[in-house]
Design a protein around this ligand. Sequence first.
Ligand SMILES: C[S@@+](CC[C@H](N)C(=O)[O-])C[C@H]1O[C@@H](n2cnc3c(N)ncnc32)[C@H](O)[C@@H]1O
Length: 269
Amino acid sequence: MLGLLVRLSEYSPAFRRFLWRRWYQYLAGYDVSYWHFMNYGYEPLEPSGERLELLPSDEPNRYSIQLYHQVASAVELRGLTIAEIGSGRGGGSSFVHRYHKPASTTGLDFSAKAVRFCQRTHQLPGLSYVQGDAERQPFESASLDAVLNVESSHCYGSMPRFVGEVHRVLKPGGHFLFADFRVPEVAAELPRVFEQAGLEIVEHQEITAEVLRALSLDSERKLKLLEQHVSSRWLPTFRRFAAIEGSDVFEHFTNGTFVYHRYACRKPV
Ligand SMILES: C[S@@+](CC[C@H](N)C(=O)[O-])C[C@H]1O[C@@H](n2cnc3c(N)ncnc32)[C@H](O)[C@@H]1O
């Protein structure tokens, strides 16, 4: 069902915007203080190099954090002014701010409830959260060194309008660091959308297999959490949303109905 809704929403921007906004407003109402991430995660297929060292308090969220790390590591963020669009429950902006050390990080989300949760939960100098729309961002033109966007853009009404906004708010030479899933025919259009907005693609990686590996490894833990916090009526919906092993959304990643891509783009000087 969730898979069908995502497919339908590919063809109707208004339906897509309505559907996802209602869903995330609802989710933001869950006052679970340690629930900080809403992405499918990332785990390398071959252990290459050093494993990301995390504080013990960050370990439970390793796979979601690794997705952020993979996206954010495309460029050096230390000392920069950055924003994350679609920051959700705020764990990603907090991780990037603490480990990649930008000078300032602003998480933006459409859900006012999620923003209030983040403002209470993640309090650090230089880290802030604001309510706003990805397609009409409240940032000055040419004010940001980098914009991050993790597993949020599939909710937007217009990808070209969003990427146009990213181009506007980036300084010349600034970077757009992106990851999300799509059906393959829509994923194939992404490079054209980035380039038509005036961004150059500097890195691209299909990460479906790595996301699937994270989903497999994290399924048992996530299911236990869902069983603790979600009523039995809502459990089937949440199993799909979280792409728990055995759900149709997990199958969609296995059989190629959904593919997951990461890009790093640059606004030319
Ligand atoms: C799957 S969650 C991902 C959250 C976070 N990036 C993470 O990885 O944990 C998608 C988020 O995008 C937000 N979102 C959806 N449409 C948006 C829009 N038009 N503007 C800003 N945020 C939006 C939702 O409210 C939700 O918090």
